[in-house]
Design a protein around this ligand. Structure first.
Ligand SMILES: Nc1ncnc2c1ncn2[C@@H]1O[C@H](COP(=O)(O)OP(=O)(O)OP(=O)(O)O)[C@@H](O)[C@H]1O
Ligand SMILES: [Mg+2]
Length: 297
C-alpha cells in the first residue's frame, strides 16, 4: 500500500538551553492513510509538542518525522512548507479567524496566498461550507458568528486543500457539548467521504473513545498505542493486580453511520494531492508564504 502517511521515529523535543525541559522523548509510531486516531494525556504531557513536530510547525531535537515518504530532516524550509501545505490541515482550539473578513474570505485566504485560482477556491469553499452546515453565511463577517460556527469555518479552511491528514489540537476545547458532538460528526463524515486521516489531541476521554486508535502520552513518552483495548490510567482496577484494565468500547470500524452527507467530487483515497496545489490550511499556511505552490488548482 505504499509509504505510510506518517512515520515518527524516536522523536524527541527538549526546550531551552540553560534550563532544559524534556517535553518529548523516544516517541515512535506509524500512521497509515485514512486512520482516525486521537492523542490523549495529561496537561503538560507533550501532546501539543508532538503534534507540532508532526505538523512541521516545530523541529525535533531528536529523531525524525517522515511524511508521505519524505524524511523531513532532509528538506529545506521551503520544501517543508510545501509538504506541510500539500499534506496537512490544522485545526486548533482557537480558530484564528480574521474577524474583519467574511467567512468565505477566511476560508479561501490561505489558498489565495498560496497562489490558487480565486474562482476554484471560492467554488470549493462554498461546497465545503455547505458540508459543514454553514451555507448562507459565506458573506457574513467572521466576528458575527457563534463560537461553534467560527470553529466550523476554521475546519472548512483546514479542509479546503483536501489534506491527507488533519491535525487537530483540542479542536473543541472552547465549545459546548452540542457543538463538540457536531464537530466530531463532521470529522467522521470527512474521514469517511474523503479518506482523510485525523490525529486529534483531546483531554476528553469520551471523544478519544470514539476514535479508532488512541495514542497516550505521559511525561513526554508514548505509553499506549491501542486500537480497541485502551487502559485508563485514571481508573485502576485490582483485577489483574498490576494494571488498570478498563477497556474502551470497540471503536466503530467504519466511522459509524451517524453522518451521511456525501461530499461531491470526493477523492476516496485521501492520498492524492496534486504536487502543485497551494496551501490552505491554518496558521502554518501563513508562516512561509514563499512556498512553491503554483497557481494551478
Ligand atoms: N516553548 C516552550 N518552551 C519551554 N517549554 C515548553 C514549551 N512548550 C511546551 N513546553 C513544556 O513542554 C511540556 C509539554 O508541553 P505541551 O504543550 O506539549 O503539553 P500538552 O500535553 O499539550 O499540555 P496541555 O494539555 O496543557 O495543552 C510541558 O512541560 C511544557 O511546559
Ligand atoms: Mg496542548
Amino acid at each position: 500500500m505504499g509509504e505510510p502517511l506518517l512515520v515518527a521515529e524516536d522523536l524527541g523535543k527538549t526546550y531551552g538551553t540553560e534550563v532544559k525541559t524534556v517535553a518529548l522523548q523516544g516517541v515512535s509510531f506509524t500512521l497509515e492513510r485514512g486512520e482516525f486516531a486521537s492523542i490523549v494525556g495529561q496537561s503538560g504531557s507533550g501532546k501539543s509538542t508532538l503534534l507540532n513536530l508532526i505538523g512541521l510547525l516545530d523541529t525535533p531535537t531528536a529523531g525524525s518525522v517522515a511524511l508521505d515518504g519524505h524524511d523531513t530532516r532532509r528538506l529545506s524550509g521551503n520544501d517543508r512548507a510545501r509538504l506541510r501545505n500539500e499534506l496537512l490541515g490544522f485545526v486548533f482550539q482557537f480558530h484564528h479567524l480574521l474577524p474583519e473578513f467574511s467567512v468565505l474570505e477566511n476560508v479561501v485566504m490561505p489558498g489565495l496566498i498560496g497562489g490558487g485560482s480565486a474562482a476554484t477556491l471560492r467554488a470549493r469553499a462554498v461546497e465545503v461550507l455547505g458540508l459543514l452546515g454553514l451555507d448562507g453565511l459565506e458573506e457574513k463577517n467572521a466576528n458575527q458568528l457563534s463560537g461553534g460556527q467560527k470553529q466550523r469555518v476554521a475546519i472548512a479552511r483546514a479542509l479546503l486543500n483536501r489534506p491527507a491528514l488533519v491535525l487537530a489540537d483540542e479542536p473543541t476545547g472552547n465549545l459546548d457539548t452540542v457543538n463538540t458532538a457536531a464537530v466530531y460528526d463532521l470529522f467522521r463524515t470527512i474521514h469517511r467521504e474523503l479518506g482523510t486521516a485525523f490525529l486529534i489531541v483531546t483531554h476528553d476521554r469520551a471523544v478519544a473513545q470514539q476514535t479508532d486508535r488512541i495514542l497516550e502520552v505521559a511525561d513526554g513518552r508514548l505509553v499506549q498505542d491501542v486500537r480497541d483495548a485502551y487502559v485508563s490510567p485514571a481508573t485502576p482496577s485490582p483485577v489483574d493486580g498490576d494494571e488498570a484494565t478498563e477497556p474502551l468500547p470497540e471503536a466503530s470500524p467504519s466511522g459509524g453511520e451517524e453522518a451521511t452527507e456525501p461530499l461531491p467530487e470526493a477523492s476516496p483515497d485521501g492520498g492524492e494531492h496534486a504536487a502543485d496545489e497551494p496551501a490552505v490550511s491554518g496558521p502554518g499556511a501563513h508562516e512561509e508564504p514563499e512556498r512553491g505552490g503554483s497557481a494551478h488548482v
